[in-house]
Design a protein around this ligand. Structure first.
Ligand SMILES: [Zn+2]
Length: 45
């Protein structure tokens, strides 16, 4: 999952949300889910 830190504005990639997400660069705890990077799997028929 890709997040954007609201503290340092960096894009952070975090595999799991277990234990809460935290920015590894500045330690900020408020990260927004980055939009537009979500991979949608559409079943093609
Ligand atoms: Zn940050």
């Amino acid at each position: 999952m890709v997040y954007k830190c609201t503290g340092c504005k960096r894009v952070v990639e975090i595999d799991s949300e277990y234990g809460g997400v935290r920015c590894p660069y500045c330690g900020h705890r408020v990260l927004l889910k980055e939009r537009g990077t979500i991979i949608k799997r559409v079943k093609a028929e």
